[in-house]
Design a protein around this ligand. Structure first.
Ligand SMILES: [Zn+2]
Ligand SMILES: [Zn+2]
Length: 441
């Protein structure tokens, strides 16, 4: 019999309490009791799994799922699911775990919000990213079986694993995707690349034509398909090196990767469903931007697909777009990478601007130091003038008063100075953000 709301046994009450504390050992013991039903409901219709998800207890969620907790139980008074509670907790591991356990992403709560929309609403953008990029393996495996009259499956079984890894990636940088393709020799065959591309197009079509249309996933599949397509036009013996170089090659002067920008823009434009809202949004954001200016097509696309807001280039590897890059070019100290391999790969093009960047940075630092000194002197002077104004009026005389007046009223020049100093000192102290951006404003 299905559990009724609010009819918890003593042990079940204990379990809920133990979950909040996160005591896994005690939970294991309680789950062994015959008086504990895994999907019991408290007075609000919350299951133990919902409690664990809401409290952000990763291990506890894992344990409950292992014990057969129903991930899609939908008895909560406001229609919240375990996935929604996971989103509220902001723990993306739990969100992922729920999805792997088969959580339905289309269910809405009593005010009509899906889990992803709820996560976005409460600012848990990493959770939105996880949901938007989740694609169950079974859905891909469908293409590894011959359908209809054909004897051959659309996707050879051996390609399903490596392709699945690529389509669930949250880093959409074209170089990163080429890395992932390169990683697996099976994928490098032109035939394999073409098959993957064709399957991705089919998934894209399905996403657009199904009842719950998913434009985000459709766009992602299409974009990755374009990269596979591009890869298939390169002879396999060079293992895509020439393509990577083309994607990284920067233009003279500022090293902006023109080809990469054009490739991403072109891929978006080729999206076959021109009536799609997402496509129109993307085109509207990208079209007015001159190539080489911000935002880049990559950042616009990433933001649309992963739901990342406040996308800052500085945190991401210049070569492959991996998040959390923290290695700096030791010469210019202005470009960051996720590791040495990426730095080496980028050097052929970065070396043309590295020295210029270095000089620029040094000049900025020098000026910042000068301005700092000037500011200190000014402050000292001001202090003295304050002290002297405390002295009886007559002592200074008219001349002196005039001289003192100057530093007291801040002129345009002074204000500008102040700004330069704050932004320039930010360059020195903050390690991550793009220093150029800070100084440029
Ligand atoms: Zn990298
Ligand atoms: Zn450099």
């Amino acid at each position: 019999m299905a559990p009724r709301k609010g009819e918890l046994t003593e042990e079940e009450k204990q379990l809920v309490a133990v979950i909040s504390k996160g005591n896994v050992q005690e939970a294991v013991t309680l789950l062994g009791s015959k008086d504990v039903r895994i999907n019991c409901l408290d007075e609000h219709g919350m299951t133990p799994l919902m409690h664990a998800a809401y409290k952000g207890k990763v291990e506890m969620c894992n344990l409950l799922l292992q014990h057969g907790a129903d991930v899609n139980c939908n008895e909560h008074e406001h229609g919240y699911t375990a996935l929604m509670f996971a989103c509220l907790s902001g723990k993306k591991e739990i969100v992922w775990m729920m999805l792997e356990a088969g959580a339905d992403t289309d269910v809405v709560n009593s005010v009509g919000r899906t889990a992803a929309q709820m996560a976005a609403f409460v600012g848990q953008h990493d959770c939105v990213t996880v949901i938007n990029n989740f694609f169950p393996r079974e859905k891909l495996d469908y293409y590894t079986k011959p359908q209809g009259l054909s004897k051959e499956p659309k996707l050879p079984v051996k390609l399903a694993g490596p392709l699945h890894k690529i389509i669930t990636t949250t880093n959409l940088h074209p170089v990163k995707i080429v890395f992932l393709i390169k990683e697996n020799p099976l994928l490098l065959e032109p035939e394999a690349l073409k098959k993957c591309s064709a399957v991705l197009d089919l998934i894209c079509e399905k996403c657009m034509k199904q009842r719950d249309m998913n434009e985000i996933l459709a766009m992602k599949m299409h974009y990755i398909s374009c990269i596979f397509q591009k890869c298939s036009s390169y002879p396999p013996e060079h293992t895509l090196e020439p393509l990577i170089k083309s994607l990284l090659k920067g233009r003279d002067g500022d090293c902006f990767p023109i080809y990469q920008e054009k490739f991403i823009r072109e891929s978006i434009r080729k999206f076959p469903y021109c009536e799609a809202t997402l496509l129109q949004q993307l085109v509207r954001s990208i079209a007015p931007v001159e190539i080489g200016s911000d935002p880049t097509a990559f950042s616009v696309l990433t933001q649309a697909i992963t739901g990342q807001v406040g996308f800052v280039d500085a945190e991401f590897c210049t070569t492959c777009g991996e998040k959390g890059a923290d290695k700096r070019c030791s010469v210019c100290k202005l470009v960051i990478y996720c590791g040495q391999d990426c730095q080496k790969l980028h050097w052929f093009t970065h070396k043309k601007v590295c020295k210029i960047l270095k000089e620029k940075r040094e000049k900025q630092e020098l000026e910042a130091a000068k301005e700092k000194k000037r500011q200190e002197k000014l402050a000292e002077k001001e202090l003295r003038s304050v002290e002297s104004s405390e002295v009886p009026e007559k002592v200074g005389g008219e001349n002196e008063a005039c001289k003192e007046k100057e530093p007291e009223t801040p002129t345009e020049g002074d204000r500008a100075t102040e700004e330069t100093v704050t932004s320039a000192s930010a360059v020195e102290t903050i390690t991550d953000p793009d220093p150029q951006e800070g100084a440029g404003q």
